[in-house]
Ligand binder design. Sequence first.
Ligand SMILES: Nc1nc2c(ncn2[C@@H]2O[C@H](COP(=O)(O)OP(=O)(O)O)[C@@H](O)[C@H]2O)c(=O)[nH]1
Ligand SMILES: [Mg+2]
Length: 194
Amino acid sequence: MPARFLTSAADAKGFPEDSGAELAVVGRSNSGKSSAINRIVGQTKLARVSKTPGRTQLINFFELGEGRRLVDLPGYGFARVPEEQRQDWRRLTGEYFESRRSLKGLLVTVDIRRGLLDLDQAMLDWAAGLALPVMILLTKSDKLSRAAGATALQALRRDLRDGVTAELFSALDDTGVDRVRSQVEAWIGGSLPK
Ligand SMILES: Nc1nc2c(ncn2[C@@H]2O[C@H](COP(=O)(O)OP(=O)(O)O)[C@@H](O)[C@H]2O)c(=O)[nH]1
Ligand SMILES: [Mg+2]
């Protein structure tokens, strides 16, 4: 079964039934989250890839198979966002993290050229508090040489707590795609669409 769009939610009332298993994807605006989602599910246009980030404050649910979902959380860290929208983000994301029993793991997209910033660290702390396993995708790894990418990955891995892993990732040259897909399958069971 190909992955398909299920629903968008602006609050907890719009979430689909909390059964089965799902993983969530989150990251800074423009960090390559939508591109990663498309690559992971093997479709080019499931999640929109945007050059003007920061607008959507919706949680998008995609179905990957019977009772298995991928959840696209709104991005954070877009500079020109009013305080009101930041609060919306915290409320919506908080309602999601604090209610979803079917949530099995979190992918965090981090642009390899920027590295882990404060808001990424806050997200990792939040996940730690919920005992939620995390895989960090160091995205756009094609922008660095192989050696520079390996160095960045090693440096990041040194500081990670238990339950957090990291991989190089590129939606452009497919670096890391197989590993991420395996992790997703381990979290939610079944096999991903090709
Ligand atoms: N070179 C390169 N560019 C990428 C990659 N992934 C995303 N991008 C570009 O980064 C920008 C933001 O990507 P997008 O997936 O929309 O990020 P999002 O805002 O986090 O969902 C777009 O211009 C993408 O084409 C990648 O793996 N390699
Ligand atoms: Mg996006």
